[in-house]
Design a protein around this ligand. Structure first.
Ligand code: NAP
Length: 279
């Protein structure tokens, strides 16, 4: 099993046609698109028709990634707490075509995490890749001025949220004997800074969870690793730095780094910590 590369890199021409759109329980919106070989169309990686979950894709890195995946023919399920932003993301993704499933939900809620996994399995039949992206920064303040409520919320979303998603998706992947789980960490998950202690602690915890679970699942066929996406111009970065962040790359500008990741990922990455811009 060691060194075996998932078949993400099979290249095919494609075209797409919208098939149907429907809602489930008023909260789930799915748009099915069938992909067929098309003459003269651009070629794409075999992200195509893989089933992804990207948590927290209503803006920032998660949304940029979901857009990229849809453009390459993936089936993408995603969530976020803000229903309006979720619908706006869904509308934008539908324009690019693709199979999408969007569900309002909070990863820190065990029920919502379970619902996202169950709906993805119901709609797409499998989960090939889980990307635990959803996170919050919390209030930027010295530790002595940071109330327990901020600590509780940051740890609930960033740590328990990651755990909830893994707990619900992993058994399905283990049963199939394949799958990829990417836990979004941070440079602050490896070296902490002042004024964002809760966020740093949560990302150190994400690294720890990655190592622990990777040991538990061993050679199950599932690959799990922690990923620092780099310093990216998003609302979170703006909040973290408290100044203009327009000099940093946008989520759209790191698309080629994501494609590079999907082309390169293999079994040797299991349990490791990676940097998206240094693969
Ligand atoms: N930007 C950077 O420079 C940077 C650097 C290192 C690591 N990271 C990591 O990269 C990931 C994405 O960061 P970002 O900069 O794109 O952040 P962002 O712009 O703040 O976006 C975060 C996304 O997560 C969603 N979210 C937050 N809490 C959630 C919850 N409880 N349940 C479900 N969704 C939730 C948000 O949507 P709602 O508000 O609608 O819920 C939003 O879509 C995070 O894990 C972050 O720690 C970012």
């Amino acid at each position: 099993m060691l060194g075996k590369t998932p078949r993400f890199l099979r290249i095919r021409p494609w075209k797409c046609c919208v098939e149907r759109q429907r809602g489930i329980s008023g909260q789930v919106f799915a748009l099915q698109t069938r992909l067929r070989p098309g003459k003269g169309r651009r070629r794409t990686l075999e992200i195509q028709e893989k089933s992804f979950i990207v948590t927290g894709a209503t803006r920032g890195i998660g949304r940029g990634l979901a857009e990229l995946l849809v453009r390459h023919g993936a089936r993408v399920a995603f969530n976020g707490r803000n229903g309006k932003n979720l619908e706006a993301t869904g509308a934008a993704l539908r324009k690019s075509g693709g199979d999408i499933l969007s569900i309002v939900g909070d990863v820190g809620s065990d029920k919502d995490a379970q619902r996202l996994v169950a709906a993805t399995l119901r709609e797409f039949g499998k989960i090939d890749v889980l990307i635990n992206n959803a996170a919050i920064l919390g209030k930027r303040s010295p530790l002595v001025e940071t109330p327990p409520s901020v600590w509780e919320e940051v740890l609930r979303v960033n740590v328990i949220g990651t755990v909830n998603m893994i707990r619900h998706a992993l058994p399905h992947m283990e049963k199939r004997g394949s799958g990829l789980i990417i836990n979004l960490s941070s440079g602050w998950g490896r070296e902490a800074s002042g004024y964002v202690a809760a966020y740093c602690a949560s990302k150190f915890a994400v690294e720890a969870i990655t190592q622990a679970v990777s040991e538990e699942i061993g050679a199950s066929g599932v690959i799990l690793f922690a990923l620092n996406p780099g310093v990216i111009a998003t609302e979170m970065l703006q909040e973290a730095f408290g100044c203009d962040v327009s000099a940093y790359p946008t989520p759209e500008q790191i698309a080629s780094q994501w494609l590079n990741l999907f082309a390169k990922v293999d079994r040797s990455w299991h349990g490791t910590s990676r940097d998206l811009d240094k693969l």
